[in-house]
Design a protein around this ligand. Structure first.
Ligand SMILES: *Cc1c(COP(=O)(O)O)cnc(C)c1O
Length: 368
């Protein structure tokens, strides 16, 4: 026993230890059965009935590998969004696509620009690739194009932009997006994450499609998670052929399982269901925003399927933690925002009409 030297154990790359593990929205209430989950921006109308029906034949095919190219799903996206099929790639959630982009285009010494309240996966994939996240400050909770351009250095390789952004819900319009792209060197990859595109109402919004079509350094990333298929993990990307080729070399050959391919294809083609989700969301997003906005609660204008409510400080009014406790007491789970550096805010997903009325009642009762 004497003089035993501890063995040297496996050590990860140093930047991996910079990562704070992603904490998903709470999904149960201490074993209680009756609760309303408004913490993960899921569809309040469930999944497309056509997507559910598409899964019927699955059990007879469990022994076969899925199509490694997800052809039928890409064909559906190509038809519905009028995009060249060869420039589409499917990921196991858009999270996988973000990881692939970082692995392929970022390494030690490189920098990726992330906005102040940008999606938490961006620093995770950046650090995971060994690169350094550089933050560009927002201006009053809105992405500031000049701050992003000002953060560019000789080491910048990538810019992550969620538009609309999660968790703020705010967006930059088509002109600002084009100005951002125009200000970047052609060797910097602009990742436009349009995860909430299906929910946008603003007429001056651009999903990023045209920018991809007319340049070699922009990709548009999308997801099925917010439109009723979060369980199946499906994301997709439209990008220049050269970038699609790179990601296809790196990804798992069978990264999209058969249930995701079957249900995803049916969901894309069920445009009517997507429109129904959009209409429900637009109605209740506006209703809840107007209902709870007051001197004590600031509601940011949202283009997503959630709103961000900003509370006063502990002295002047209701704090976010008090509001959260009251909501939990009523069986309602929303998302606390400490991990995003917004401890005075709560993100509330747009749910059923009944859920929205309950939220409004609790919050109005607190500030009255
Ligand atoms: C929810 C969300 C995603 C989707 O991630 P998935 O892996 O497809 O579930 C991507 N980007 C943003 C900004 C999001 O809010």
């Amino acid at each position: 026993m004497a003089n035993s030297i501890p063995p040297i154990l496996p050590t990860p790359k140093t930047r991996v230890l910079e990562i704070s593990a992603y904490v998903p929205g709470k999904s149960s209430l201490n074993g209680e059965l009756e609760y309303i989950k408004l913490s993960s921006n899921e569809s309040p109308l469930g999944a497309s009935p056509k997507a559910m029906a598409a899964l019927n034949g699955l059990k007879d095919n469990l022994a076969s590998y899925p199509d490694g190219s997800s052809f039928a799903l890409r064909k559906a996206l190509s038809d519905v969004h009028d995009l060249p099929i060869a420039q589409l790639i499917i990921g196991s959630g858009s999270d996988e696509i973000l990881h692939l982009l970082a692995q392929a285009y970022l390494g030690a010494g490189d920098e990726a620009i992330i906005t102040q309240y940008g999606f938490l996966m961006y620093p995770i994939v950046t650090n995971g690739a060994g690169a350094t996240p550089v933050y560009a400050m927002d201006r009053d909770y809105r992405v500031d194009v000049d701050a992003i351009l000002g953060a560019v250095t000789a080491n910048t390789k990538m810019v992550f932009l969620a538009n609309p952004n999660n968790p703020t819900g705010t967006y930059i319009d088509a002109i600002e997006l084009a100005r951002l792209h125009g200000g970047l060197r052609s060797d910097i990859l602009l990742v436009v994450d349009s995860a909430y595109a299906e929910y946008v109402s603003a007429s001056d919004y651009s999903v990023g499609q045209e920018l991809v079509s007319h340049s070699g350094n922009v990709v548009m990333v999308r997801t099925f998670s917010k439109m009723g298929l979060a369980a199946l993990r499906i994301g997709w990307m439209y990008g220049p052929a050269a970038i699609i080729d790179v990601l296809n070399r790196l990804r798992d050959p069978f990264n999209i399982n058969m249930s995701a391919q079957l249900a995803g294809e049916a969901a894309v083609r069920d445009v009517e269901f997507t429109q129904k989700l959009n209409a429900h969301n637009a109605k209740w997003r506006q209703w809840l925003s107007a209902e709870i906005a007051s001197n004590a609660i600031r509601v940011l204008p949202s283009e997503g399927n959630f709103i961000l409510a900003i509370f006063g400080d502990e002295v002047d009014g209701v704090s976010a933690s008090e509001a959260n406790a009251a909501l939990l007491g009523a069986g309602i789970i929303v998302r606390e925002m400490g991990a995003y550096g917004l401890p005075n805010a709560l993100r509330i997903s747009i749910g059923s009409g009944e859920a929205m009325q309950k939220v409004a009642k609790v919050l109005k009762g607190m500030v009255a």
